[in-house]
Design a protein around this ligand. Structure first.
Ligand code: SAH
Length: 456
């Protein structure tokens, strides 16, 4: 097979990142935006030793899983990868991704993998409570707002992202009108000139409060009152308007300094019956409703009776541990980002939680120190970033000998790897539940319940 060949291909499988897979002349061909069962003509773009990459030229016979993607930019934008298949089909791809990783890499008994918790119908779209929308000017001189294209820093213009609530679309329209009137204000990445870099929006789904944050190369911009007054007038839900100062020549979206120009310095939301403050820099799960269901599953697996010492590693702003604090004797949270620890302490205080303490530090080191201090948690929750746990941390956890470990994971492959080490050490996987926190995108979370074998 050669570059630019056009071949007819049946799609038989789906990769973990949402690309269709077919086989031709003994070679595996990856084709994005296809569905299992599609027969299509595919143009070969890249040939490697045992595999090729292609793109759809035409669909000869569409798969029954196909649906209208609705969104016009979904095939260019880097956000969604499953808009062209039904949500049921997406859920089964995601469950399979978790299933394959934990059974193949982790050697977990297939029976332990439960059904995926999919989003409620009302939350398959428009579930995100946060959007960071880049602003730029395209080669025709038109203002573009939207999302970065797949694998690039070009803006794919999108005026109504289906993952964001309607209020974001409305505010973004008002904002676009303003920058279109004053295009010289738009920041130019290459020249590091201009002022306005991103529009950043946050939304408290339960409280209805909205924060508008404009990321600025500077501390203010011309005509800002014109923009802010029209936002305040049109959208009473906006409780806070902030300028985030980012003068650096960088891809990092947010700077450290925030200037409140209207209303409160943060908005509130409610998660698992607790109140959380969302300041511009505070981490918060982007899909509140599904996060709550994930935490409920984690709480079920932790099965606390009120007497336990609970250790929450990689705790972020404390949400998981705090949602269980009333069910245990004491809670210790560990997190590497000091600002997140500050937020976690404040969140505990605001919710009247007195049995929690938070430590800022690396999870592996902090757990080792806690063990040296003689702390023996009854239950440990871990929620690491994609790279998973370190082997040393797993050793420390095993030595601390908690009755149960609840492992929340955003990467099935590293979860599989870590479960193997646990299984080889004195812990057995009791159950794994995949949870879809990010419908339409390639990501899937899972929560796993591990039990110490001696108390079986
Ligand atoms: N449990 C939280 C956050 C999970 S995200 C929630 O559900 O909201 C993973 C967290 O791990 C992030 O907050 C990140 O800052 C933190 N983290 C990353 N590396 C770490 C490390 N080596 N030690 C401790 N925390 C770390």
């Amino acid at each position: 097979m050669n570059k630019n060949d056009i071949i007819r291909l049946e799609i038989v499988d789906m990769t973990a990142d949402g690309s269709g897979v077919g086989k031709a002349e003994g070679t595996v061909v990856f084709v994005p935006d296809t569905a299992v069962g599609d027969v299509c003509d595919v143009k070969i773009l890249k040939v490697k030793k045992n595999l090729c990459y292609g793109k759809i030229e035409s669909i000869v016979n569409p798969s029954g899983e196909r649906v209208d993607p609705v969104c016009e930019v979904s095939s260019r934008c880097g956000g969604c990868v499953y808009r062209h298949i039904s949500y049921e089909a997406e859920l089964s791809v995601k469950r399979k991704k978790v299933f394959d990783a934990v059974t193949r890499i982790g050697k977990v008994d297939p029976q332990k993998v439960k059904d995926i918790i999919g989003a409620y119908e009302s939350h398959i779209d428009r579930y995100r409570n946060k959007a960071q929308i880049p602003v730029g000017v395209n080669k025709n001189g038109e203002v573009e707002m939207g999302f970065y294209s797949r694998h690039s820093h070009r803006i794919a213009g999108c005026d109504d992202c289906l993952l964001s609530p309607k209020i974001f679309t409305q505010i973004s329209d008002t904002f676009k009108e303003f920058v279109t009137k004053h295009p010289y204000l738009i920041y130019d990445e290459e020249k590091h000139s201009g002022k306005i870099r991103h529009l950043y929006l946050r939304y408290g789904e339960k409280t209805g409060e909205v924060m508008v944050c404009v990321v600025v190369n500077g501390r203010k911009f011309d005509h800002q009152d014109e923009l802010f007054n029209s936002i305040i007038e049109k959208y009473p839900q906006v409780e806070s308007i902030v300028i985030n100062v980012n003068k650096d020549k960088t891809n990092v979206i947010l700077g450290y300094e925030n200037i409140v120009v209207y209303g409160k310095e943060s908005i509130k939301d409610v998660l698992c019956d607790l109140e959380f403050e969302l300041s511009p820099l505070a981490f918060y799960q982007v899909n509140r409703t599904q996060a709550e269901r994930l935490y409920e599953k984690a709480r079920e697996y932790a099965s606390l009776s009120g007497d336990e010492v609970l250790l929450d590693l990689y705790c972020g702003t404390g949400t998981i541990g705090l949602s269980m604090a009333k069910d245990c004797k004491s809670l210790i949270g560990v997190e590497i980002i000091d600002k997140a620890i500050e937020n976690a302490k404040k969140n505990a205080e605001n919710n009247g939680i007195k049995n929690a303490r938070f430590i800022c530090g690396d999870a592996t080191k902090a757990a080792f120190e806690l063990k040296k201090e003689g702390i023996t948690p009854d239950v440990i929750v871990v929620d690491p970033p994609r790279k998973g746990l370190t082997p040393e941390l797993i050793n420390t956890i095993v030595e601390m000998a908690p009755k149960r470990v609840v492992y929340v994971s955003c990467d099935p492959a590293t979860l599989g790897r870590d479960l193997k080490q646990f299984e080889e050490s004195e812990y057995s996987v009791k159950e794994i539940t995949p949870v879809d926190l990010f419908p339409r995108t390639a990501h899937v979370e899972s929560v796993c319940w591990l039990r110490r074998r001696e108390n079986r």
